[in-house]
Structure formats: C-alpha cells, structure tokens
Design a protein around this ligand. Structure first.
Ligand code: G3H
Length: 530
C-alpha cells in the first residue's frame, strides 16, 4: 500500500494557509483576537509522512456562544422579527442571492473537502453540486407549499387560513462526513421557513465553509444566520442551557443529541430534527444474483471508506452461498485503489480522524481473538493515515464489530441459516435506518419486505443503502433519527401549522376581504408565487 503520496496536482496544492479570523454574529464578520485552533489534514504533502497544516479557526468561548444566541433570538424577536414575518418572495430572494454566490466558490470548497476530510474529487464535486441542487429544489418545494396554502377553507361555519410557520431559533450542528451537504440540508429548510439559526461546523470539515461566510453575511438580514467556531461542549452547552433554543438540528450521534437535549430546561419547547447513527445490514438470500450483490455491497460498505451513516455495516449472507460470496467479495475489496482524493480511480482515501486506524484495528483484533478470520490479503494493512478494509468472517454476537457502528473500513460478514436470525437481530438493535435485501424469488421476498419496512424506514431491493435522491424521505427508527428529512419533509420538520380562523359572518368576512385587498398581511394572502 502506498503510504505517502505526494504527487499533488498543481491545482490542489496548499500554497497558503487559510486563517479564518472572523465569526458571523449579528450580520457582522467579527474579528477574533483570542485563541485559535490549528486545522490539519491527515494527507501528507511531503515525502516523509506528516500531517499538513491547512489553517486556523477561532476557538470561541461561552461569551461568543451567547452573543450568537442573542443575535438569533433578537432577529427572531418572538416571531415579530423581519425574517419570520417576511413575505415568501423576499425570503426566496435571499436564498437565491446566497446560492448564486455559493456557486462561484465551487473549486475552493471542493479542494478543501478533499484536504479536510479526504473525500475523493468526484464525490467532493458531487457533494457540492448536490447541495446547490438541494437549495434550488427547496425553493421550488417552498413555493409549492405556499401555493397550496394560499386559500381559505371553511368547516362548520369557520373560515381558516392555514399555513406553516417557523418554530424560532435553531441550533444547527452538522457532521464531518458531509460537512457541506448534510449541514445545509438542515440549515436551508430551517431558514426558508422563517427560523433564525446558530450554526457550528463539525470538528472536521470546517475551513470549507470559509469561502461561503461572506455570502451568508450579505444575503440574509442581520442575525438570521450566525456561524461560530469552537468545541461543541463549550459552545452548544450554554446555548442549550439558556432554554431559548426551539429546534436542535443535528446530524451526528445519539449520545451527543441526548446530552444536548437534556441540557435544555424546557423539554416541550425543544423540537428535534436528528439524523443519527445506524448499523444498516445487507441480507443476501440464497437466490441472489451474487455479482450484483457483491458490487452493491462493495459500494454500500466502502464508499467514502464506510464513513456514511447509510453505509452497510454488517453483511448477513445465507450459509449456502456464503463461501462463494466471501471469495468474490474479498477479492473485489483487495482490488480497490487506495490513493489521495484527487488521484484518478481513488476508491479508498486517507481517514480524516487520526485515531480511526487504531480503533478499526481494535475491532479487527477483538473479532479475530473471538474466532473470526480476515479473508482478504490486504485486510488490516496500516499506514499513517489509513487501514485497509478487512473482511471479517464469521462474525457473531459478542464481537465488538457486530455491536458497534464502525463508521470506517471494516466489514463484518455474518452467516445465517434461518431468516429469523437477521430479523431478530434487527429488532433487537438500537438502530433502524435502512436495509439492503438481495434476492429474486417474490414468494420469499414479499413477506420479508412486509416485515422489514416495519423494522427500518427504507428497504433497498438489490441495491446498497443510501440517502438520495434527496426528494425521498430520509429518516430512521429508534436511535437512528428523529423527524424526517427530504426536500419537502424538511420544510415540515422545521415548521409548525399555524392559522387564522374566523366565524363566517358579515362582520368578519368584510375584515378578511379588506385584509386581502390591501395586501397588508404577509400571512393572510391568497397571492400565488409562480
Ligand atoms: O452519512 C449519512 C449520509 O446521509 C449518507 O448519504 O447515502 O447519500 O451517502 P448518502
């Protein structure tokens, strides 16, 4: 395995450091004079391996966290602020202004995505483009929602004008594996619905937001978007303890979500929109097309080195075909190219978390101590910033890799003889996001599908698990999610139904007509946005 790869194309070389010296609060990019944190890439730029310094970010404290909270609450102003009461067209215009500027920053953001989190060039480009599409799709979905609400209804002698209104102040915390896309999939719908936000980037994948800060500053009214840098414990805890947060929007793990939730003193005020961990299984039935199953399981387990919440994290293979599956699968894993993100054909890339190779090694050692074998030749080979994916077989309950969400390159294969075995394991699991089901015979598949849809929220037939296309609902049961995200569902998750009702009588109707004629209210309006 090539360990230090220094053939860096000119366009992707780090020629100067990026020092993020400001943070965004109250519509101002405030200079920070205090302590800073150095941001390193685990990718080396030198022949002898050493992490590459990329730049620095402010290490803000509680005072700045509360300053950001104050900025967001002032902008929301108990629902009376400019942003939550603004006309739909005007909010859309702000989003359009933002995305127009964002598109000009593609190259900078993509380069930083590669350096900061080691995502391949095509996947980094995809993450950027997918996010831009998501913003445009959100704008269209919002227009649809608004058009559907541009009318009165009447029941039992009461007129009602029903819309979806904002919830208030949103604390938005994104993950390192999709630091742009997943974060914006929370932030953008939250904003368009009229909420104000405090956004703290993840611990990795931070600098890539710097090229977008000015666009945030100049596209939205002051205080609507606030961006703070620093440790989650230092910044998020005082914000939650204030009791002034209305929505916790977090993509991460359930332990931090639970901790943050418990810090909020008013449980019923706090809504949660959470995308959490998962242990998505693949179930390979005896009649599965093995080549297809192997191909999909490779993509499912190892895209972005397995660092996806939707990754396949355990493979259940029927005992009658497991030997052949393992042979083909282990061979294919060893064919995958480990290289730097910009290298042609790179499939596996440096891991951004410095402690990840050692953690994966622990899982491998634990499994092999308990009777599993590493099936592929390269499995477990380690360099300074990587550990080659090991295919472990046979994996069973009691091994750490069976229980823990590895979020990295190691693949447990569990043989089964009775379909009840994976079904029972799924029912007992703390997670319930998705499953991949490989097979052909509809008599076998039908009852299985009917059971699986009640254990998880997406059954992928003969295909790997994934979030996209983003118009589809992305959610999970148990510790895997709270609320549903998709272009349209996210608009619902970040809003609440609120309406104006009036008894049908001449007095009220005259007032309603006048409100409509004068176009004096932004809420009571039957105008359509096309
Ligand atoms: O990390 C979890 C992501 O939502 C996965 O998205 O399936 O498109 O890679 P993806």
């Amino acid at each position: 395995m090539t360990e230090t790869l220094t053939n860096i194309p000119e366009a992707y070389k780090i020629k100067s450091l990026l020092h993020q010296t400001t943070y965004l609060v109250d519509g101002e990019l405030k200079q920070w004079q205090g302590a800073t944190t150095e941001i390193y890439s685990t990718i080396s730029s030198t022949e002898t391996y050493e992490p590459t310094l990329l730049g620095t970010i402010p290490q803000l404290g509680e005072t700045e966290a509360l300053e950001a909270l104050n900025s967001a609450t002032t902008a929301y102003n108990n629902g009376q602020g400019l942003w939550p009461t603004m006309k739909v067209e005007a909010r859309i215009a702000c989003l359009e202004k933002f995305v127009k500027q964002m598109k000009t920053k593609r190259d900078e953001v993509v380069k930083l995505l590669m350096w900061e989190i080691g995502k391949t060039l095509p996947d980094s480009q995809k993450e950027f483009d997918r996010t831009v599409d998501y913003i445009y799709d959100t704008i269209e979905a919002y227009k649809d929602l608004d058009r559907d609400a541009a009318r009165f209804e009447k029941n039992s002698g009461v007129y009602a004008h029903i819309r979806r209104g904002p919830l208030g102040v949103v604390l938005c915390l994104g993950p390192y594996n999709y630091p742009l896309n997943e974060t914006f999939c929370l932030l953008i719908p939250a904003l368009i619905m009229g909420n104000t936000a405090i956004f703290k980037p993840a611990k990795l994948g931070v600098l890539l937001l710097s090229p977008l800060l000015e666009a945030f500053q100049n596209s939205f009214p002051k205080g609507v978007v606030n961006v703070v840098y620093g440790r989650g414990r230092v910044l998020a805890a005082p914000i939650m303890k204030s009791g002034k947060v209305d929505v916790l929007a977090l993509i991460g793990n359930s332990t931090s979500a639970n901790a943050l939730q418990s810090q909020h003193p008013k449980g019923n005020r706090l809504r949660m929109v959470l995308g959490l961990e998962a242990k998505n299984p693949a179930i390979v039935l005896p009649d599965a097309d093995l080549d297809l199953a192997v191909e999909e399981c490779i993509a499912g387990t190892l895209s972005f080195n397995g660092q996806r919440c939707t990754a396949l994290k355990v493979l259940y293979v029927h005992e009658s075909i497991v030997e052949e599956f393992n042979r083909r699968f282990a061979y294919k894993v060893d064919q995958l190219k480990f290289a730097n993100p910009w290298d042609e054909g790179a499939k596996l890339t440096p891991l951004p978390e410095t402690d990840k190779p050692a953690y994966i090694q622990e899982l491998i050692s634990d499994a092999t101590d308990k009777g599993a074998k590493v099936l592929n030749t390269k499995g477990g080979q380690t360099s300074e910033n990587f550990i080659f994916p090991a295919v472990l077989y046979p994996v069973a309950k009691g091994m750490r890799v069976f229980e823990e969400e590895q979020f990295g390159p190691v693949i447990p294969v569990v043989p089964f003889s009775d379909i009840e075995e994976p079904l029972n394991d799924m029912a007992a699991s703390d997670y319930g996001q998705q499953v991949s089901l490989f097979g052909k015979n509809v008599t076998t598949l039908a009852p299985l599908i009917d059971a699986l849809v009640n254990l998880v929220c997406r059954v992928n037939l003969n295909s790997s698990c994934q979030r996209g296309p983003d118009v589809y609902p992305f959610t999970g049961r148990k510790d895997s999610a709270v609320a549903t995200l998709s272009v349209t569902d996210a608009l619902r998750s970040f809003s609440i139904r609120t309406f104006v009702a009036s008894k049908d009588n001449a007095y009220n109707n005259a007032i309603l007509n006048e409100l409509l004629d004068q176009k004096a209210s932004n809420f009571i309006s039957t105008d359509y946005i096309l």
